[in-house]
Design a protein around this ligand. Sequence first.
Ligand SMILES: [Zn+2]
Length: 262
Amino acid sequence: MHAPAQASLDDVARHLDTVLRTSEVPDYPGAMNGVQVEHDGPVMRCAVAVDASLQTIQGAIDADANLLIVHHGLFWAGAQPLRGRVYHRFHRLIANDIAVYSSHLPLDLHPTFGNNALLARALGLDPLEGFARFQSIMVGVMGNSDIDTATLADRADAIAREEGGTLVSVGVSPGRRTRRWAICTGAGASSDTLREAAAAGVDTLIVGEGAHHTGVEAPELGIAVLYAGHYATETFGVRALGAELEREFDLPWTFIAAPTGL
Ligand SMILES: [Zn+2]
């Protein structure tokens, strides 16, 4: 018999902050990277999810987890009264002694645990350099290949479908080859990333989602865009953190699926 693993929230957070370089990576103010909600603890089991929501909080409760690790935290909407659904989120967390740790851009860009690097590998692509500048950092990845764009689209579609979504694509014609690609998970297609892709000679951009106009402009620039879903492209990082905490602290973990199909 051996005692169930446990770790203090401070130790877990210190490890994640070190690995993810939380204090060095710039982000949007609403991201609030790091511990967002404390608990009495200690951490006995982790739940990992893309979003902090009533659904994933309930998932953590059902999984008997007392640390919820997310990519999109509780504070995106800025300061607001703890009323209605917002109150219920915090009430359920505190009533069940569940802490929340969130990591947005530090997790997106991490070379080992990051959404972008892991999506590239899942697509059979080798990241060579950074893509999608945000302030002082590159959020996404870029590289070279020689692959049928339709084959890449099929792989992206399989990833999307596994997470309850489906691939949307523009500019994928029969016989077209992808020789230079870029990835920016989540809301990765924008006027900025299209401009950056065109300047870098990228012929295929792989993202989660993007505004309608990106689907109009990309083919004019000779760029195919694969929209594999915001949710689906950001399931990789939190899973990798669950596995990392199991490796480091022997903590069991559960992925809480809450697909939006978007
Ligand atoms: Zn996102």
